[in-house]
Design a protein around this ligand. Structure first.
Ligand code: TEU
Length: 585
């Protein structure tokens, strides 16, 4: 068999480098800053660091628009800094993966510059160029009516060669043409192998299911009659050749035993996900599936930021779906509730309204995440319960291309209701929230940079959310993460590899599930290990279920493994306090 690869029980930690730690006082995080915090991450229990894009880029989309895959964006440091980081991690038994952004490049990439230079350029076909359509009045229109992820058309007109080019994201992010073999070879050689040879341990692969587009280039069905541009993910997600391309990627990674985690959006069906992560398919080790992290988002595309409240039962059943996905298959799953593209978990799934509720709910979120099967991904600042930006901040504090485009679109509509709802939705869901500077200490500059007025993102002035204020405080979110991450390792068979059974699924206040795994006993036989996770997802006391019944054992055999609350005795108290979570075994 496949045995157990290292990454299954590993804890990954995503670093968004611009916002992590600045070492040279320019208000922008950098690689030497990250290097100075490797010991912190090691002590937390992190096994692998995923670093969001650090490559040369005009930063239209925070580095997800790469203009040179082999150069480091100078404010991040140098290529030697990457080597030093990799070596420092390897010395500590940790690993490093980079972000591979190869659905598109920046318009400033040399490949695109060549491609747009003339219709006869040898690289013309490396991007997706199409002629205009003209209506009966002779007016020019894009080749299709597709709406991009950042609002507006997926097509931009190029005056020089009189054709449109495709971009699923910003106009400054033209899509590469994966149908072109030479282009694919260049991606494999110049981006992937270049970094693998330098010793990185693998990649988080951006937009992994969008490389094969449907080649018909036809209009999408009109789902938004008020817009000229229509959501069309079926035109570019999971296209006809996608599995062929991913298998090629796998062939590039295999000689280096490099790990891969693909970002798989618009694919909520387990049947659609399994081919990507089935061990025998030899495609990807794992993917990020978005059902949980998209909760609260409005309709796909134009409605994204019109917030849709959801009941706890929905969060439970989506979690259950991707837990049970791996039972009886040779696939694997990931566990995560934050990344750089979404609001903070405590502001979305928890309750930051008072310091007590903030702390209790951030800890219960930790318990939820660390007791699930799959590879766990934490996002920087999650471990100290970082929150969304203050609601008092106005729209000018949002920097992200997506937030800015969606708000501009709402403004242009002149529809007051839509503007109000978009502002509200951005307050919960915008990508900017996760991009606020990491809070190392209680100074005004939060220890991110020397002078807070320099910071590229404004720094909220709140107290208690920092590594310094939480370290050593047994009741803190940070110490709780340390503890449950250790428990997760100690009880891997139950939490990482065990089965998942959801109990009391209709209950909209408390969440309970049983994890069950097997360990080999002293006499070589298999011993069943069960754990019951119970969490109060409200600010009120909630009745506790019959624990011994749920675990299927006698009352005096029940043990409390951990609680987010203060008291460790709490076996017979029959109730969970506000946002309390416990594990019994
Ligand atoms: O995101 C790709 C993506 O499909 C979306 O999930 C993304 O969250 C966006 O908000 C869509 O509305 C990746 C990166 O994670 C993101 O930061 C980049 O902006 C994007 O690719 C383009 O490279």
């Amino acid at each position: 068999g496949e045995g157990r690869p290292w990454w299954k029980a590993a804890t990954f930690y995503q670093v968004y480098p611009a916002s992590f730690k600045d070492s040279n006082d320019d208000g922008w995080g950098d690689l030497p800053g990250l290097l100075s915090k490797v010991d912190y991450l090691h002590a937390l229990g992190v096994d692998c660091i995923w670093v969001s894009p650090i490559f040369e880029s005009p930063q239209k989309d925070m580095g997800y628009d790469v203009s040179d895959y082999q150069k480091i964006y100078a404010p991040y440091g140098s290529i030697e800094d990457v080597d030093t980081l990799v070596a420092a991690c390897h010395d500590r038994g940790m690993r490093v993966i980079l972000d591979l952004v190869v659905n598109h490049t920046s318009i400033e990439h040399a490949w695109f510059q060549e491609s747009r230079s003339s219709k006869d350029s040898p690289k013309r076909d490396w991007y997706i160029w199409k002629p205009a359509r003209y209506d009966s009045n002779g007016l020019r229109h894009p080749p299709t009516n597709w709406r991009g992820y950042f609002a507006g058309s997926t097509w931009t007109w190029d005056e020089h060669t009189q054709e449109y080019y495709l971009h699923l994201y910003a106009p400054e992010q033209p899509d590469l043409n994966w149908e072109n073999k030479e282009c694919r070879e260049a991606i494999y050689e110049d981006t992937m192998r270049f970094w693998l040879r330098r010793g990185v341990d693998g990649f988080r692969i951006d937009t992994v299911n969008k490389y094969s587009k449907r080649t018909e280039y036809v209009d999408a069905t009109i789902t938004d009659p008020f817009s000229p541009y229509q959501a069309a993910p079926e035109m570019w997600c999971n296209g006809p050749r996608i599995h062929e391309f991913i298998r090629e990627i796998n062939q590039v990674l295999a000689p280096y035993s490099a790990v891969s985690v693909g970002e798989l959006s618009n694919t909520p069906d387990p049947k659609g996900v399994l081919p990507y992560v089935s061990a025998k398919a030899k495609e990807l080790d794992m993917v990020f599936e978005f059902s949980v992290i998209r909760l609260g988002n409005g309709d796909l595309f134009s409605g994204k930021y019109i917030y849709k409240p959801f009941p706890l039962s929905q969060l439970k059943s989506l979690t259950e779906k991707w837990q049970c996905f791996i039972e009886g298959t040779d696939g694997w799953t990931t566990v995560f509730c934050e990344n750089h593209d979404n609001g903070r978990a405590v502001s979305r799934f928890g309750d930051p309204s008072t310091p007590e509720l903030w702390r209790a709910s951030a800890k219960t979120i930790a318990l939820w995440q660390t007791t699930l099967s799959g590879t766990l991904f934490l996002y920087q600042g999650q471990e100290i319960g970082m929150t969304n930006m203050p609601t008092s901040w106005d729209i000018t504090h949002y920097k992200d291309v997506e937030a800015v485009s969606f708000f501009a679109e709402a403004m242009a509509s002149g529809d007051e209701e839509r503007i109000r709802k978009t502002r509200h939705g951005l307050g919960i869901l915008a990508r900017d929230h996760a991009r606020l500077p990491f809070r190392w200490n209680e100074d005004e500059n939060v220890g991110f940079t020397t002078d807070e007025t320099n910071s590229w993102m404004r720094i909220p002035q709140e107290r208690g959310i920092s590594v310094e204020s939480q370290s050593g405080d047994e009741q803190s979110v940070l110490e709780f993460y340390r503890r449950t991450l250790a428990l997760r390792q100690e009880h891997q068979e139950t939490f990482v590899f065990g089965t998942h059974q959801l109990l009391d699924r209709e209950n909209e206040s408390t969440w309970a599930y049983v994890k069950e795994g097997f360990v080999v006993g002293r006499d070589g036989t298999e011993v069943r290990r069960r754990a019951l996770v119970v969490m109060n997802f409200t600010a009120k006391m909630a009745p506790l279920m019959d624990v011994s019944r749920a675990l299927g054992c006698a009352r005096d055999e029940v043990r409390l493994m951990v609680t987010t609350g203060g008291k460790e005795e709490g076996l017979d108290d029959g109730a969970l306090s506000a946002w309390e979570g416990r594990v019994y075994c």
